[in-house]
Design a protein around this ligand. Structure first.
Ligand code: SAM
Length: 282
């Protein structure tokens, strides 16, 4: 492969890589927190890279953004106050604001430059940023949650980078304890939990840490995401309350369009593969 024509992310531990053919590099900078690159690709639209890792493409981001938001929002009985920790590309925020019950959605990303670049190169993901219910803050999500008042949020969506650099603390038991303290009665955390094929140890550690922090009802959902390592991704919901049911009829009658999510996809995403059942004693 000619390195000038392809962007390649190597997944060193897994001995694999993912490449996209690029037309041109649109932008590159070192922000205060991370290295940011934007490419125009041949077939995936624009592509955002943070610290060498693929984050978002125009073509396939809908899988991730829809599955990070709708399953949790259709599981909570009445989600009004939602925080998105990370999520600077604003795609998750757009999905959350499709829910009429949501009165306030606060996005807390440590790096304002991610959002400023998304506004230029992924304008469709930012189309709800001016919704009066949206509030964009640019500070460390770990500190935001630590400083929060009890009972101040219904759902915390952790849409972060991988557990390295500024995102490392977002995968710790201490962080989940801080989440527990500020969540309302039926409150829940939903967090991107990496690849079930490559990162089962991490998913197990996350689930243990969430449970030890008091968020003892757990659900790991699976969905495709070809841009990310192995092409198969997960999100883990950790709740104070029962997760055995979701609002199926509200989901079936959702008053908005989606590209991937629907009630049957929601049910299918909850199915647990045999090796996962074995690993988590389900
Ligand atoms: N979909 C992506 C994935 O799974 O790879 C995540 C995309 S989103 C752009 C990740 C965001 O998390 C970045 O914008 C980064 O700035 C933000 N982030 C990392 N650590 C953070 C922290 N401690 N507080 C708030 N935001 C953080």
């Amino acid at each position: 492969m000619n390195p000038t024509e392809w962007f390649t992310e190597q997944h060193a531990d897994a001995g694999s890589a993912f490449s996209l053919k690029i037309k041109q590099k649109l932008h590159e900078e070192q922000s205060e927190f991370q290295h940011l690159e934007i490419y125009e690709t041949e077939t995936f639209g624009n592509l955002m890279i943070i610290d060498g890792c693929t984050m978002v493409s125009t073509r396939d981001n809908f899988f991730y953004h829809e599955m990070m938001s709708h399953p949790a929002l259709f599981t909570h009985p009445d989600p009004k106050r939602v925080w998105i920790i990370g999520g600077g590309d604003c795609g998750t925020l757009r999905e959350v604001l499709k829910h009429p019950s949501v009165e306030q959605a606060v996005q807390i990303d440590i790096d304002e430059r991610v959002t400023r670049l998304a506004e230029i190169y992924f304008p469709e993901l930012c189309e709800s940023n001016n919704d009066p219910r949206a509030d964009l803050k640019f500070i460390d999500g770990i500190k935001w949650v630590k400083d929060a008042e009890p009972n101040s949020v219904d759902i915390i969506i952790v849409d972060s980078t991988d557990p390295v650099g500024p995102a490392l603390g977002l995968f710790s038991e201490e962080f989940y304890r801080d989440c527990f303290a500020c969540l309302s009665e039926n409150g829940m955390v939903v967090q991107q939990s990496e690849s079930p094929l490559y990162h089962m140890k991490l998913i197990g550690e996350m689930r243990d840490a969430m449970s030890n922090a008091g968020l003892s009802h757990l659900q790991t959902l699976f969905f495709p995401q070809c841009l990310y390592p192995s092409g198969w991704w997960s999100a883990t919901i950790a709740s104070k309350g029962d997760l055995s049911k979701f609002r199926e009829s509200d989901s079936a009658n959702k008053p908005f369009d989606t590209t991937y999510y629907n009630v049957d996809i929601h049910k299918a995403a909850l199915a647990q593969p045999e090796f996962v059942k074995k690993a988590f004693n389900l």
